[in-house]
Design a protein around this ligand. Structure first.
Ligand code: HEC
Ligand code: HEC
Length: 504
């Protein structure tokens, strides 16, 4: 099958309809009411249960069909995803189609033919060897699945980063992070970074102008990043800056906050878990990250351009366009709680969450002035812009009249000292062992186990492990009566993902 035909099947244009029809036993008649593109990875969340089930069955039929396509012509679906990055920005593909292509890559089982691992990494390795990683898995979705597509992972899916390739205690144990709402997280971080840069520029300019040392408090979106000083000659003193790197770039991704953008995070994930190198990383990464063989095939496995730029763009857009979590209130289980007591408890839990100091780090809402996610073009390709309030997985966040949105993240995207027990034995990419980014709590109920190394099977365990800067809030939690702690657990349990019917 030609790549174009495979692409048509992937995106379910004419060819796709024929494929679905081929699985007649399980495919109900096409729904006329649902005149939307419904690829295997539809962005649509039907509101009525019949449409929901029909969509799930169609998706299952198409997944089955794809297995046959793969059997007949093994790499055709993979080749179909090798789109030209310009086609993502020039309207050849809609954002919905970019999502489908990205989803295909996210769920693709990487093999040696497409570049899995490297010549010096012939096997799989649970414990990573240095910054280059394993490989430790075949698909993104092997680890990111819990609670739904692109979710978190279970304790057994933890990755062991930057070890000696042999011993668990040489590596840093990390649980896979749920990717829900990831594009919104980047939007919040970008606006915070822009605001910090503005304060920085104004401070340096005023110190120079006045010929005197000046200081500024770095408070953005209500989050306090300490103080920045500038000398009369305009030199910056960052010794008072806390919770963010000295360059004042907010890096919300990874448990330690090591990536500013989803593209950088995705590029690294491809490399460390799969040995799949983007064309860009192969060129710029250096031997420690991409392998010792040099040239355009630094891992020496005979495959060049393992992940083409267009594939990286589609995969990044897929991650950026993930659905946002929802708050699902107790009345949804009305039958179980006839007296609506749980609703009152939920309300009380919400109040207590603030009152005992949880919300000082887990900030319930962050404000963004624009809902447009921009993936900057590289190597001659143009930027791709996607309005997350109208595109991507449903449910989405709505934009206000002036184009802003409130992102119910429950995080300040700042790094905090969590005390000696949670600390890792060493720094990671310059971030001290005790520091972790406040984990966003949206979607919490669908992303256990908790904490960076998956040590906490329940939310209560996670809360009781808070120390360091979070000590006061944890002690306040422990001092509550058991029924009051229960109200906080009820509140946190309402932070979940929309219900979705799937056929496995
Ligand atoms: C072996 C399990 C595993 C696999 C496979 C895996 N991930 Fe991850 N992922 C993780 C872990 C663990 C983290 C947290 C890393 C850290 O703390 O630095 C993570 C973090 C991320 C993040 C940052 C999310 C955030 O909000 O901080 C993104 C994005 C991501 N992964 C995407 C991917 C993509 C895309 C793939 C496939 C190319 C992939 N992952 C494959 C385990 C995995
Ligand atoms: C000083 C900032 C801070 C305060 C205050 C704080 N937290 Fe956290 N919280 C964090 C950080 C940082 C993490 C991630 C720690 C890790 O991964 O090891 C976290 C993780 C969590 C998790 C686990 C989330 C997950 O997906 O793994 C829960 C649940 C949680 N906090 C609830 C609370 C509650 C409830 C309170 C109030 C009693 C609270 N937190 C107070 C910073 C804070």
């Amino acid at each position: 099958m030609s790549p174009r035909a495979a692409l048509a099947a992937l995106l379910l244009s004419a060819a796709g309809a024929a494929l679905a029809a081929a699985c007649t036993e399980v495919t109900p008649a096409p729904a006329r009411s649902e005149a939307r593109p419904m690829g295997i990875f539809s962005t649509h969340l039907p509101s009525n249960p019949r449409d929901h089930m029909r969509l799930a069955l169609e998706q299952d039929a198409r997944r089955r069909e794809q297995r046959f396509l793969d059997a007949a012509s093994p790499l055709s679906m993979w080749r179909a995803t090798r789109v030209d990055p310009r086609e993502l920005s020039n309207g050849r593909f809609t954002p919905d189609e970019a999502f489908q292509i990205g989803a295909q890559i996210f769920n693709h089982r990487f093999t040696r033919e497409v570049g899995l691992g490297g010549a010096d990494r012939p096997g799989m390795s649970r414990f990573h060897k240095g910054r280059r990683g394993g490989p430790d898995a075949f698909r993104c979705s092997d680890c990111h699945w819990r609670g739904g597509l692109a979710g978190g992972g279970d304790a057994a899916d933890s990755a062991y980063l930057q070890g000696d390739g042999d011993r668990q205690d040489s590596a840093l144990a990390r649980t896979p992070i749920a990717l829900v709402g990831a594009g919104w997280v980047e939007l919040v971080a970008r606006e915070m970074t822009a605001e910090l840069a503005r304060i920085d520029r104004a401070l340096v300019a005023s110190a120079r102008k006045d010929g005197a040392r000046r200081i500024a408090r770095l408070v953005v979106m209500g989050v306090d990043f300490g103080v920045l000083a500038a000398t009369s000659s305009g030199e910056r003193d960052t010794s008072g800056v806390v919770g963010v790197d000295a360059d004042l770039v907010v890096r919300p991704f990874g448990h330690k906050g090591t990536f500013a953008t989803l593209r950088d995070a995705v590029e690294d994930e491809l490399a460390v878990h799969h040995g799949m190198q983007t064309t860009h990383l192969a060129r710029t990464g250096g031997a420690a990250r991409v392998g010792p063989f040099g040239g355009d095939d630094p891992d020496g496995d005979g495959v060049v351009d393992e992940i083409a730029e267009g594939q990286l763009s589609a995969l990044t857009l897929y991650v950026a366009m993930q659905e946002v979590p929802v708050v699902s209130f107790p009345p949804y289980s009305r039958g179980m709680f006839p007296d609506h007591n749980t609703t009152r408890q939920w309300q009380q839990g919400k109040v207590l969450f603030r009152a005992i100091g949880c919300a000082s780090c887990h900030v319930p809402e962050m404000h963004v002035s624009s809902t447009v996610y921009v993936l900057p073009g590289r190597n001659g390709a143009s930027d791709v812009s996607v309005d997350l309030s109208t595109q991507g997985g449903e449910p989405r966040l709505a934009a206000g009249a002036d184009g802003h949105a409130d992102v119910p993240l429950f995080s300040d995207l700042k790094r905090h000292d969590m005390g000696p027990d949670l600390a890792e034995p060493r720094a990671d990419r310059g971030v001290d062992g005790r520091l972790f980014v406040t984990r966003p709590l949206w979607g919490l109920a669908r992303s256990r186990p908790y904490l960076h190394d998956a040590r906490a099977p329940t939310m209560e365990d996670a809360i009781r492990a808070h120390d360091g800067e979070a000590r006061q809030a944890r002690v306040a939690f422990e001092r509550l009566t058991e029924p009051d702690r229960g109200t906080i657990r009820i509140f946190l349990t309402s932070l979940t993902r929309a219900r979705r019917f799937t056929v496995r």
